[in-house]
Design a protein around this ligand. Structure first.
Ligand code: NDP
Ligand code: MG
Ligand code: MG
Length: 341
């Protein structure tokens, strides 16, 4: 059984006695900075000159500094810029300004696991990774709850890296839900696999194939959209609440029988073989290398794939339909539909 941590397992005063620099003010950055601040922690947000996030952070009442200055005064530096930019950011702006005994924190193990960042021996290296998007991390905290976090220590230079990491996890609200002990290697490899094979890659492809199959057979796209996309959330909510069994309890017997006989026809054992190949590419570093090489070249493949994804016919159908929905979710004020490309 995995080792779990809750609020009682952590001492908030540890992180309250440190100066924390949060590098980046995006999805995770804003949530960590604001939750820490509200937990009585001394936070400075480090941003690059001309950052579009600066005004937002200042408006929220946070201290904001250029990255080198934020790093230089900090006992704990949490790097919350996109993974593909962390290597350069670390080499050019963080490492030269880091206090010799400052702790380095991450919310994903990518750069440590694949060796893009190699901190010196004097630094604690820890991870506090919320298992949810940053906007949920902030929303749950404000509602008195938390998003579960996973916690890891890669390098315990001070001998105090664990209490420090748990104190940080408590301050962002994660231990109200639960902290689960892991390692940088386990977190990185399972996180990449989960998002590629199941949560993002798998689900998106499944929805698109379902939509294509129905519309190519002559059914209306609006009806297909409801059957293969809209209802996904309702099904996933049930799975999340009570496992696959609760979902099967709630659906009709017709749907449940179809699930048993047709699920394994669609997702057949070849899919598992494909998943193993994806996992092998993650473990070997081949995925990381391909991602970083493309990013270093200005992300031509990434941009092309994003454009292709956005131009799938189900996206146009969905955009039109969602305009008509009274319950349309507009809570994430900084997300503008159709603006991703
Ligand atoms: P975002 O893309 O939301 O980060 C954007 C922020 O990073 C902005 O403030 C931006 O500044 C800054 N930034 C971007 N590029 C640079 C750069 N080259 N140098 C300095 N600052 C830069 O990141 P996420 O919050 O999605 O991810 C942060 C980390 O958290 C990653 O390690 C990710 O894997 C992890 N994570 C993310 C989750 C999520 O919910 N998204 C979930 C769990 C973990 P500017 O305003 O100047 O553009
Ligand atoms: Mg991830
Ligand atoms: Mg139906």
């Amino acid at each position: 059984m995995a080792e779990l941590f809750y609020d009682d397992d952590a001492d908030l005063s540890i992180i309250q006695s440190k100066k924390v620099a949060i590098i980046g003010y995006g999805s995770q950055g804003h949530a960590h900075a604001l939750n820490l601040r509200d937990s009585g922690v001394d936070v400075t947000v480090g941003l690059r000159p001309g950052s579009s996030s600066r005004a937002k952070a200042e408006e929220a009442g946070l201290k904001v500094a250029d990255i080198p200055d934020a790093v230089a005064q900090a006992d704990v530096v949490m790097i919350l810029a996109p993974d593909q930019h962390q290597r350069k950011l670390y080499a050019e702006q963080i490492a030269p300004n880091l206090k010799p005994d400052a702790a380095l924190f991450f919310a994903h193990g990518f750069n440590i696991r694949f060796g893009y960042i190699k901190p010196g021996e004097g630094h604690d290296i820890a991870m506090v990774a919320p298992k949810g998007p940053g906007h949920t991390v902030r929303r749950e905290f404000l509602d008195g709850r938390g998003v579960p976090v996973i916690v890891a220590v890669e390098q315990d230079a001070s001998g105090q890296a664990w209490p420090l990491a748990l104190s940080y996890a408590k301050a962002i609200g994660g231990l109200r839900a639960a902290g689960i002990k892991t390692t940088f290697t386990e977190e990185t490899e399972t996180d990449l696999f989960g998002e590629q094979a199941v949560l993002c890659g798998g689900v998106s492809q499944l929805i698109e194939y379902g939509f294509e199959t129905l519309t190519e057979a002559g059914y209306q796209p609006e009806i297909a959209y409801f059957e293969v996309l809209h209802e996904m959330k309702l099904i996933v909510d049930l799975i999340w609440e009570g496992g696959i069994t609760k979902q099967r309890w709630s659906i009709s017997d017709t749907a449940e029988y179809g699930d048993y006989v047709s699920g394994p026809r669609v997702i057949d054992p070849r899919v598992k073989e494909n998943m193993k190949a994806v996992l092998a590419d993650i473990q070997s570093g081949a995925f990381a290398e391909r991602f970083i090489a493309d990013q270093d070249a200005g992300a031509p493949e990434f941009k092309e794939l994003r454009k292709k994804g956005e131009s799938h016919p189900i996206e146009a159908t969905g955009r039109e339909l969602r305009k008509l929905f009274a319950w349309r979710n507009s809570r994430d004020a900084d997300y503008v539909e159709g603006s991703a490309a």
